[in-house]
Design a protein around this ligand. Structure first.
Ligand code: XMP
Length: 525
């Protein structure tokens, strides 16, 4: 098979070795904002196992003490790469530990802002950042200079705020330049990557499209076929469009209508993907099968499992029916995995418990004897959106709110029946339509309607009604880990409530969810 280079072997790359700080991924993020490709790997990465050579290495912060018995340490071969190294917080303490063990517990933790005082104004690392505010978050500190190093910056509480090797481009800083509280931290990271490591700033989605299409073609070869599920969301659409650009109709997209999609969703996705983007798509109507498997089930996790398993079953069955021309076999399964999922799964602490079950395509891969192809695995969400726009995908689709795999099944609380799904769907449609009309859609991270399993008394005309309740949710968030509810104008809520009660049979009352996450989750189930 053709040799397929990784992105890190094609673009100049800064290697970020992660020691477990909650901020580590931000280092990668910041560098990419300057069109510098950066890749994060666990701090335990064996340097000899890298198939590419980084232009520079950053050792991240971390929650450990370098002198503790079980502390993680960097592979010393990193120094034989002879590329610039920057240690941040724990990363700096690691450098000090390796070069003379000058690390000890501080009398008190230093947490919060400090003013940077640069001593060596000629040093490229601090170019343009003198006297800026830097963010400290450490319990251990250097209690002396490591062998061969000099001090290049101080702060009121940190006499070794910045250190540099006397003769090699090895640096340590006590603060976190990757967090926005460090006002010029981004500049410092750019100084390191561009001026010290001489990294080319060519990481753009325009460049990525070309290299990625080439990479997909090399990987798949001239005849093999690829299959993939699409949902109508941005990730699967961008991944599918990229595959279509690379191998045309040898990519087969399947949309499984599971009966719990949004109103008119299957038809709309078909129109967009087939007519708009030229993707070779098959739509499978499996609504009855899903709803029949969900009969009588009220537990949210059981709903998720049933939907996941039914999906695998339906997908495999449909894949069987796709008979590529020339007797070729389908060999690959496309998955729209993004970089944050990759980061989460390669942590040296082991995969996090929070990886959602919908990312697990293991069943399909094993049963169908397929190999995985993940063209978006190096990209953050905003990069995927940018890529989508460059590939000609509409703004509306590219900026669509996320929609969970189990769909409306986890927004119909209690048992999922066709009738209940219909009610939730219509209410959701009206709500989103009003949000769009009010010009609020792009200001909200996610909005949806839930159908509650309670009945409530109402009065319509002269009639007493006894019908169900719709709860509306809208959140503001950047990472979906924490979220706040969106402060709609009262007039807006009034209009939506009135439309839903008047236009959707079976609803007597509408409420608005004003709970943040935590303690609540985004979804109700
Ligand atoms: P929670 O409810 O966990 O939601 O605060 C955070 C984000 O994840 C989405 N979500 C899911 N997505 N399958 C998915 O594909 C699921 O089972 C699932 N549960 C929650 C949710 O919509 C929100 O964007």
């Amino acid at each position: 098979m053709a040799k397929v280079e990784q992105v890190s072997g094609i673009f100049d790359t800064i290697l970020v070795l992660d020691f477990g700080s909650q901020y580590s991924h931000l280092i990668t993020r910041r560098l990419r904002e300057f069109n510098i490709y950066a890749e994060m790997l666990p701090c335990t990465q064996k340097i000899s196992e890298l198939s590419w050579k980084p232009k520079g290495v950053i050792l991240s912060g971390g929650p450990y003490s370098v002198y503790a018995e079980d502390a993680p340490h960097v592979d010393h071969a990193v120094f034989d790469l002879n590329v610039p190294i920057l240690g941040i917080c724990y990363g700096m303490q690691e450098l000090a530990w390796i070069n003379g063990k000058q690390v000890a517990r501080g009398e008190k933790r230093e947490y919060g802002p400090a003013t940077l005082n640069v001593l060596d104004k000629a040093d490229a690392l601090f170019n343009g950042v003198d006297h800026s505010i830097v963010w400290m978050s450490h319990g251990d500190k250097l209690n002396g200079l490591p062998t061969g190093f000099k001090t290049i910056a101080t702060s009121d509480n940190s006499p070794y705020c910045g250190i540099a090797h006397e003769s090699k481009p090895i640096y340590g800083i006590q603060f976190h330049p990757e967090v926005t509280h460090s006002t010029l931290g981004k500049t410092l990271l750019k100084n390191f990557a561009v001026d010290i490591c001489k990294t080319e700033q060519n990481w753009t989605m325009e460049n990525f499209i070309d290299t990625e299409i080439k990479r997909i073609r090399e990987l798949v070869g001239p005849t093999a076929e690829v299959i993939g599920a699409v949902s109508g969301g941005v990730d699967s659409t961008v991944a599918s469009k990229l595959m279509t650009e690379a191998i045309g109709d040898r990519f087969h997209a399947i949309l499984v209508d599971n009966g719990v999609l949004r109103l008119n969703e299957a038809e709309n996705v078909k129109k967009t993907l087939v007519e708009g983007l030229g993707i070779n798509l098959t739509v499978v109507d499996a609504a009855d099968e899903f709803l029949s498997n969900l009969k009588g089930v009220t537990d949210p996790e059981k709903k998720r499992k049933i939907i996941g398993n039914t999906f695998i079953h339906v997908f495999e069955r449909e894949a069987e029916k796709i008979k590529p021309k020339d007797g070729q076999e389908i060999q690959y399964l496309l998955q729209g995995t993004l970089y944050p999922d990759v980061i989460e799964s390669i942590s040296f602490k082991g995969p996090s418990q929070t990886i959602k079950t919908h990312h697990n395509v293991g069943g399909l891969l094993e049963n169908m004897k397929l190999k995985l192809i993940e063209p978006l695995r190096e990209l953050f969400k905003d990069e995927v959106r940018h890529l989508g726009e460059l590939l000609g995908i509409s703004h509306e689709l590219v900026w669509r709110h996320p929609f969970p795999g189990p769909g409306i099944a986890i927004r119909v609380l209690g048992e999922v029946t066709k009738k209940q799904v219909e009610i939730a769907r219509k209410a959701d449609y009206i709500y989103i339509e009003e949000i769009r009309k009010a010009g609020l859609y792009d200001k909200i991270a996610q909005a949806f309607a839930c159908l509650l399993p309670v009945k409530s008394v109402g009065v319509m005309g002269d009639q007493r009604t006894y019908e169900q309740v719709i709860a509306l949710r809208a959140i503001e968030t950047t990472d979906f880990m924490t979220a706040d509810w969106y402060p709609f104008e009262h007039a807006f809520l009034k209009k939506v409530a009135s439309r839903i009660v008047n236009e959707v049979d079976g609803v007597a009352r509408v409420t608005y969810d004003i709970t943040s996450k935590p303690p609540a989750t985004v979804e109700w189930e």
